[in-house]
Design a protein around this ligand. Structure first.
Ligand SMILES: [Zn+2]
Length: 288
């Protein structure tokens, strides 16, 4: 059975928002809805949202034939379960089984950054690039890595994650308990907790420091994975804009002195893959 010959029910879950929609095989979102992620009873909210989206399908649109779901990491792809950062209500939550039971459809689960990477390969900036890393700077830091057209997954599906890479020895305490992780400097949650004001009111020095920390993570992973294309997205990039990109590039230049790093590219994900389109690409990615 092909997963690509019909609409996909797309579900995208992060600590701030639950989104669901019906996406056709061209990547067009035909029905969509979303709610804020509640602190408790997350599944009940998601169940209601998904049922509402399925009920809103126009009569002339065939029903979805599969489900693609992306969730903030970390997750366990073998078990089909998720333990998203900043969502304490879900610890080892059996998301794939629950969605299969709810919809009666085959469900493909991946991390938010993994879904973005698959979508970039199918629709976005990375269709011509064999190796790249996606880095999403949102409420959490999410990343995924593709090398020679192969997605790194690891034992549980979290390989290529840069969130807890040390970028500042003895630095700020991270939510994971360690010090100096990228996540403690580059997620909107950690920045706002530190400056005690909204992201858009961050000072130039905070923006510069954020760029330096991201640049360190990029330079280290470029050296390790031999990846030269980094696709950045997320609310931190959207809010800080060009000054952040300039700081990142300056730090990457400073720290990447290897010959292979000469063509290191840091790109804003201009092909803007919305989270629902990314989730909808998951059934398609395993079909191709
Ligand atoms: Zn950490």
């Amino acid at each position: 059975m092909s997963f690509v010959d019909g609409p996909v029910l797309a579900v995208a879950i992060d600590p701030g928002r639950l989104a669901a929609g019906i996406v056709d095989s061209d990547g067009e979102i035909l029905v969509r809805d979303r709610v804020s992620t509640p602190p408790r009873e997350v599944w009940r909210s998601l169940e209601t949202l998904v049922s509402r989206v399925l009920a809103a399908r126009p009569d002339d649109l065939p029903p979805p034939i599969s489900v693609g779901v992306s969730c903030a990491g970390p997750l366990d792809l073998a078990a089909g379960s998720v333990t998203p950062e900043l969502m304490p209500a879900w610890i080892g939550f059996a998301l794939r089984d629950r969605l299969e039971l709810l919809t009666g459809l085959p469900v493909v689960l991946d991390s938010a950054a993994g879904a973005a990477a698959e979508a970039e390969r199918l629709f976005g900036d990375a269709t011509e690039v064999r190796s790249f890393l996606t880095l999403m700077l949102g409420r959490t830091v999410e990343s995924a890595c593709v090398i020679d057209e192969v997605r790194l997954r690891g034992a549980h599906g979290n390989a290529g994650s840069l969130a807890h890479l040390t970028v500042e020895p003895d630095g700020l305490t991270c939510t994971c308990g360690a010090s100096g992780c990228l996540s403690a400097y580059a997620s909107s949650t950690s920045i706002e907790a530190e400056i005690k004001r909204p992201l858009r009111r961050a000072t130039d020095s905070i923006i510069d420091r954020t760029g330096i920390m991201i640049g360190r993570a990029i330079a280290s992973s470029a050296a390790m994975f031999e990846v030269s294309t980094f696709l950045l997205s997320g609310v931190v990039l959207d809010t800080f804009g060009d000054p952040l990109l300039e700081s990142i590039r300056r730090e990457v230049d400073l720290r990447s002195q290897l010959a292979a790093s000469e063509k290191l590219r840091v790109l804003e994900s201009s092909g803007f893959i919305r989270s629902l389109v990314a989730a909808a690409s998951l059934p398609r990615s395993i079909d191709t």
